[in-house]
Design a protein around this ligand. Sequence first.
Ligand code: NAP
Ligand code: GDD
Length: 341
Amino acid sequence: MARRALITGITGQDGSYLAEHLLDQGYEVWGLARGQANPRVSRMRKLLSDVQVVRGDLLDQGSLISAVERVRPDEVYNLGAISFVPMSWEQAELTAEVTGMGVLRMLEAIRVCSGVSRGAAAPSGQIRFYQASSSEMFGQVTETPQNERTAFHPRSPYGVAKAYGHFLTQNYRESYGMYAVSGILFNHESPRRGAEFVTRKVSLAVARIKLGMATELRLGNLEARRDWGYAGDYVKAMHLMLQADVPEDYVIGTGHMKSVRELAEAAFDAVGLDWEQYVVTDQKLHRPAEVDLLCADPKKARTQLGWEPRVSFDELVAMMVESDLRLLADGGDPDQDSSWP
Ligand code: NAP
Ligand code: GDD
């Protein structure tokens, strides 16, 4: 019988790549989707027609228990979250509820449905749980590069909520013997990235400027540095983590960082334009507390899981710019539902 996976955050970037990867591996894939008329669910169904949808919301404990009871998954991937850092200052409580408490609700749904209780041995063939932790937990970094033992100093309500989910996942592993792990993933991008994140904002703007549809690109902090990889590579690491004999947490990233300035330069270069002619900096786009730099040490994932990123930074930027050029030239809708500047 095919193994069954339940993915929260199925309408997001990672949900789509992970679903494709698991379908390729022969899984029966279920996606948890919220809302009674969520347009992103219909879009997801067009892209991923083999994914089955179960309704549920990370804010609603009962719905998660029902979803786990209905799907009876072998593996649960908790990717659902409010994931845009600036939004977490504007809606800090909601971010805590979805991104933080949502992890508790999902773990409780699995615990209750599997009949796991304190003191009792965890049942064999238990549901395996993956939590989408984030390099944002490192925040104001205490060392570079960051590994699985680097201390956390989150700099946003989002980072704080992720740290709660991370420690809780570890705690359920230690308290109940559950197979629960966290992937501490550094920034990963793709043509399916939301338009509010800086890489996609840049690739869309470059494509618009090249096609004569725009004349400038407004950005915030050009000096921030990130370890940017390709989402299609990173979802493979999520799956590998749940196949390990022993549940452990892993850092996933490329080990190389670039600044936002270098990102803009590479993207304009890809279409033969000079970035300095078009980029305008805007103080309003700076964050109240910035994460200046993030750079992964992915050695543990390489040695224990055999995971390696395949797509380089330059290949990723070129892939995103080319995709947005095609999308706009074909009159497509470049995810304009984002209201962020
Ligand atoms: P994304 O594109 O923003 O997707 C977020 C998903 O969460 C969407 O499917 C959204 O569904 C869902 N969601 C929001 N509120 C929900 C709720 N109340 N109940 C259930 N689902 C809800 O994020 P992503 O880039 O794919 O990232 C996936 C996960 O990895 C997130 O947890 C993110 O924080 C984490 N992460 C991402 C990165 C990265 O660089 N991409 C790095 C580290 C960690 P709707 O369509 O219903 O809004
Ligand atoms: N979004 C955005 N828009 N960011 C900008 C801009 C702009 O106009 N100008 C400069 N930046 C800088 C931000 O200040 C930040 O330092 C960097 O670009 C990256 O911003 P985002 O692309 O919004 O991503 P993030 O690093 O805040 O968060 C992403 O990665 C995390 C992992 O480290 C998200 O995917 C999080 O969900 C994820 O956990």
